[in-house]
Every structure is written in structure tokens, then in C-alpha cells.
Design a protein. Structure first.
Length: 128
């Protein structure tokens, strides 16, 4: 058997791997918690969306995202998937903050203008 990396890279290069690589772009936090036995930061709304719980409200959104991604990678490794997603948030300087233009709209590190939900302060993914 080839390694997970070799299997995945063979498929990327359009070569024939030993078996089809298994990938999931994300796991909902509820599944990550059940697989790892660790509490995620925030609560999952399903479909990859999540919001901070009141007890997590003192956490920075980017730090919370990185923490959840570490737990997600642990879960993916435990169930034996061949690939996982690494967020670009890992490459931001410590203490980076989005540039808020209004109370519910900010410019992210890619200079995308994003409008947040008024109730949770979490990105909705819609561009303002």
C-alpha cells in the first residue's frame, strides 16, 4: 500500500493510485467532537458553519478557527481519510484582526468585503 500522501498526489497528477483517495472538505464540529472526544470551540450549525458559544466569546475568531481545524485534522486522521484542508488562517501574523468598516462588515486578509450576521457576529459568506 502506498502512503496517503502518495495516493492523493497520484490522483492529483492524474495517475492511477492503488485505491481511490478518500477526502472530505470538512467535518461538522459535532462529528469532530464525537470522533476526538474533545469539545470544539463554538457550535456547529451544520454544513461547515459555526458560531461561538457564550463561554467561548472571549476567544478571537481566527484563534478559534485554528483550534477547530486542529481538532478536525485529528478526527480526519483517526477515521483514515487521505487528505485534509489547511486554512490560510494559520499563516496570519499573531494578533491579526480583520479590518471592520462597520459593526457588521469587515475586509478580510484577501481584501474581500464580508458582511456578518447581526446576531452572532460570524461571517455569513456573503460579500457586502
Amino acid at each position: 500500500m502506498t502512503s496517503r500522501k502518495e495516493r492523493y498526489m497520484a490522483a492529483v497528477r492524474l495517475e492511477q493510485p492503488d485505491t481511490i483517495p478518500i477526502d472530505t472538505s470538512f467535518l461538522d464540529l459535532i462529528h469532530v467532537e464525537k470522533i476526538t472526544g474533545r469539545r470544539a470551540t463554538g457550535s456547529s450549525g451544520g454544513g461547515g458553519a459555526w458560531t461561538l458559544r457564550p463561554e467561548d466569546s472571549d476567544l478571537d475568531l481566527i484563534e478559534a478557527s485554528i483550534k477547530n481545524q486542529k481538532h478536525t485534522i485529528e478526527a480526519i486522521r483517526k477515521i483514515g481519510l487521505d487528505a485534509f484542508v489547511v486554512s490560510d488562517y494559520w499563516f496570519l501574523p499573531k494578533g491579526y484582526k480583520h479590518n471592520f468598516i462597520t459593526n457588521d462588515t469587515y475586509v478580510d486578509h484577501w481584501e474581500k468585503c464580508i458582511k456578518s450576521e447581526a446576531t452572532s457576529g460570524q461571517p455569513t459568506g456573503s460579500m457586502a
